[in-house]
Write a protein that binds this ligand. Structure first.
Ligand code: 3H9
Length: 680
């Protein structure tokens, strides 16, 4: 299949790249583009060339699927060199998004014309990489070090207006990109970025390193990018390119980049569900009803308001609904204060909010999500009411974190329209949306939920019904081991620090203190005896009984003075007493054991979830844990990490824990055992 086409319009060559879906720079494309450029260079009748892409976007970068395979000539750097040597003015006409190698290709052109809606960026850090086709050497030469540092380490694209301001593009096209690029080409000269000097200093790089140290903790790529940017100032262009290439090659074969690339494809694979395709009807969602004006309900409402949908938010009294309205306004105001949205955008969103106290006010909603108290009977009552008032075809969803959605659906006469939409707190920020299908949810409703997730910019993953679904079911196993470790002699600080060093955003006990220890204690109180390990959560219960519920009460697993946390000596005493009562012997715990107990518990539960077909694939589980709980992306999620450790090793360690601590929890999933055998 041909992917590069050349057309001569008077004396200008138009090279069109057509490699759907995103014009990734595959080997075929590189090779055909290289031939096309050679032909044009040799054709004396042609005075300039324009490179444009067919379809919705300019090149989205190197073909990520080719990474890890032996590079085929011409490589992207070979092609870039050829473009640099090109003797006639070369113009990139950019539509959609020019990303990574795609933007680097545009930087090898002598000039850039951008469609008014186009964006450019170097998102390689998100894949555990740095730009490897000259981006770290050309971009600082073109726009100065400070802006290049920002763009390359954040990976965030910028729009046409900003690109023009920075000097990336010379023209913004408002009407016809190709025509504008051709007319630009007629008067253009040859201007090679490699001949420019970088405006910046080594000191700037060092300062920037301190600035990103916290947010980039654990990642390799942002720091490698800094080294390459430093090289852009310290080395001649040709040597800088070699330095960049070496760093790129190191990263591409690192476990970090493999893990981050795994998550890139996993996130996209999670949206593909058997039985659902482009022909599955999707319902229109213009009006959303939200029941419950707590933190969760308000956060959920903001998602829809920000996406331009009307929201009716229901609370039980005028006071409660007014308080919810105030909460939403405050959240929007803080977004304005931080410069994330404009005053006008805030007003547009808030104008779409309707505060109500009567269920009848939800009768026009296309989707109703309840976020009331986490109690099955309370939720069933809400579902009965909704069944009476919701219009035909409305989708009714629960935001429950743990409860049985089949039971909720069973009290209605429209079981196929019911599902779980599980947001994570704070709901307007956290990226994951667990879409929970019951035994009866229709494909049409599931497809609509996936479309909805896209509209509100969430990452969706489908889950079946079980206690805690994918995310919280796994997390409770991690919580169990963390709790048991305290009884066995580890300290709160030791467990938290170990998991922080592993790469989690915070330790389990810091997280519990932030969320409120009472929430879990209340949820467990409703569980049948024996369904969880009472010992593991005994310290939690004792703390709550004393009113020490975490940060909000000034004491929990830590003591708080303002936001500063300190050791809480009370925990050591409670842990000793509980260990004695349960007959658990205490000893010093190693970092290795703490890490493995927590992580292998997650992995084993992940395999059980897969075995029970609650999750459709292992990669879905990785997406859930990375996006809901911040599992370090450079480790790819618990299931990918298990492969990295070696499945046989994982099974062996679980069996050792079974001998040491009993097999009540430490029984390896049969699927894990099977896969471990296969991997041998
Ligand atoms: C790089 O360039 C390195 C260089 O510096 C140096 C090299 C030497 N390759 O996201 P979508 C697939 S690193 C292969 O659903 P959207 C994607 O998997 C690269 N495949 O669409 C999906 O496939 P499927 C730096 C790719 O409209 C389909 O295209 N570039 C690539 O929501 C549609 O994708 C990036 O990191 C690729 N590069 O978003 C950009 N990109 O249908 C990565 C996409 O089978 N791409 N696919 O699931 C993106 O950010 C988004 O895809 C984009 C479109 C914004 C372009």
């Amino acid at each position: 299949m041909t992917v590069v086409f050349t057309d001569i319009k008077n004396d200008i060559a138009v090279i069109t790249i057509d490699n759907p879906p995103v014009n990734a720079l595959s080997h075929a494309l590189r090779s055909e583009l290289s031939n096309a450029l050679e032909g044009i260079n040799n054709n004396t009748k042609i005075i300039a060339a324009v490179i444009i892409c067919a379809g919705r976007t300019f090149c989205a970068g190197a073909d990520i699927k080719e990474f890890g395979k032996p590079p085929l000539s011409p490589t992207l750097p070979d092609l870039m060199e050829q473009m640099d040597e090109f003797e006639k003015p070369l113009i990139a006409a950019i539509n959609g998004t020019a990303l990574g190698g795609g933007f680097e290709l545009a930087l090898c052109c002598h000039h850039r014309v951008m469609d008014v809606n186009a964006k450019v960026g170097l998102p390689e850090v998100n894949l555990g990489l740095i730009p490897g086709a000259g981006g770290t050497q050309r971009l600082p030469r073109l726009i100065g070090l400070a802006h290049a540092l920002q763009m390359i380490t954040s990976g965030k694209p910028i729009n046409a207006e900003k690109a023009k301001k920075l000097g990336i593009s010379e023209k913004v096209s408002e009407h016809n990109l190709l025509e504008d690029a051709i007319s630009f080409a007629k008067g253009a000269d040859v201007r090679r970025i490699r001949d420019l000097k970088v405006d910046g200093s080594t000191e700037e790089v060092e300062n920037f390193q301190n600035k990103i140290a916290r947010r980039s903790r654990g990642f390799l790529a942002p720091f490698a990018a800094l080294d390459a940017l430093k090289a852009s100032m310290e080395l001649p262009f040709e040597e800088g390119i070699v330095f960049e290439r070496e760093k790129f090659m190191e990263l591409v074969s690192s476990s970090h980049s493999k893990a981050q690339r795994h998550l890139f494809f996993a996130e996209r694979a999670a949206t593909k569900v058997d039985g659902i395709d482009k022909t599955t009807p999707i319902r229109k969602i213009n009006h959303v009803g939200v029941i419950g004006g707590g933190i969760m309900g308000c956060g959920i409402a903001i998602n829809f308001l920000s996406a331009g949908m009307a929201v009716s938010l229901l609370e039980i009294s005028n006071e409660a609904v007014a308080a919810a309205g105030e909460k939403i306004r405050n959240i929007y105001q803080s977004m304005v204060n931080k410069g994330r949205i404009s005053e006008e955008q805030m007003q547009t969103a808030i104008n779409q909010l309707n505060l109500i106290t009567d269920y009848d006010g939800l009768s026009n909603s296309d989707l109703i999500i309840e976020a009331v108290f986490e109690d099955l009977n309370v939720k069933k009552e809400v579902f009965r009411k909704l069944d009476n008032i919701a219009k035909e075809g409305a989708i009714i969803a629960t935001n429950t974190s743990f409860l049985d959605i089949n039971e909720m659906a069973n009290v209605t006469t429209r079981k196929s329209d019911i599902l779980g939409l599980h947001f994570f707190s704070p709901a307007h920020i956290m990226p994951l949306l667990e879409i929970v299908k019951t035994d009866d949810t229709s494909n049409e409703v599931i497809a609509t939920a996936f479309q909805l997730a896209k509209n509100i910019r969430k990452t969706p993953v489908l889950s079946g019904v079980c206690y805690g679904f994918i995310a919280n079911r796994m997390s409770s196993c991690y919580g169990r081991e963390a709790g048991l470790l305290l009884l066995e002699g580890a300290t709160v600080e030791q467990v938290d620090q170990t998991m922080f060093d592993f790469g989690m955003p915070m330790g389990m006990f810091t997280m519990l203190d932030m969320a409120g220890i009472d929430i879990g204690v209340m949820a467990r109180a409703k569980l049948p005896n024996g369904s969880y390990d009472e010992r593991a959560f005994s310290i939690h219960a004792e703390l709550v009984e004393k009113g020490h519920k975490g940060q909000k009460t000034g004491a929990g697993f830590y003591l708080y003075e303002g936001k500063e946390k300190k050791h809480n000596p009370e925990i050591d005493k409670i842990a000793e007493k509980m260990a004695h009562d349960f007959g658990i012997s205490r000893c010093r715990k190693t970092t290795k054991e703490i890490e493995e107990r927590c992580i292998l518990a997650l992995i084993n539960e992940g395999y059980k979830i897969l075995e029970e077909e609650i999750a459709l694939s292992a990669s879905d589980i990785d997406v859930v844990y990375a996006f809901a709980f911040g599992f370090p992306r450079y480790k790819g999620g618990p299931m990918h990490y298990a492969e990295h450790l070696g499945l046989k090793y994982v099974v062996d360690r679980i069996n050792e824990f079974a001998v040491q601590y009993g097999d009540r929890w430490w029984k390896p999933s049969s699927l894990l055992v099977k896969r471990a055998k296969e991997s041998e």
